[in-house]
Design a protein around this ligand. Structure first.
Ligand code: AMP
Length: 120
């Protein structure tokens, strides 16, 4: 699989500081920020700082340190946003997954009953 990365995508611009974001958490490996069009009371995006287009790209090529740092950010976002009652983690991927931004991101959605997935 060829994972060609376009460094003009909007999340790359956020990482370079060219576009503002509402940061929830940051470490050396990942940045978490509020989604600009939230679909639930909690809607946070977690992105790696490296240039990965998708979950499968990140899982294949990111270092163990980058992967551990990303998962630490997931844990911190869940703690900070207080989603103990439950949440959904989504990684939309490519065309069938309806991925709009080609920089790997995990959505964390919560704060209300979300219903069952894949209604469409
Ligand atoms: P996806 O369809 O999984 O690629 O989702 C991309 C998400 O990025 C959507 O939920 C958008 O609302 C969100 N988004 C787009 N631009 C921004 C931005 N500048 N800041 C925060 N979230 C954004």
């Amino acid at each position: 699989m060829d994972f060609a990365y376009d460094d003009q995508n909007i999340f790359a611009k956020i990482l370079r500081g060219e576009i503002p974001n509402k940061t929830v958490y940051e470490n050396d490996h990942a940045l978490a920020f509020e989604d600009i069009a939230p679909q639930a009371p909690v809607h946070v995006l977690i992105i790696p700082k490296g240039a990965y287009v998708s979950l499968d790209h990140f899982a294949r090529d990111a270092s163990a340190e980058d992967q551990a740092g990303f998962m630490q950010a997931v844990a911190e976002v869940c703690r900070i946003t207080d989603v103990g009652a439950g949440f959904r983690a989504i990684a939309n991927t490519r065309t069938h997954g309806v991925q709009d931004v080609p920089h790997y991101h995990m959505h964390i959605l919560g704060g209300r009953q979300l219903g069952r997935m894949l209604q469409g």
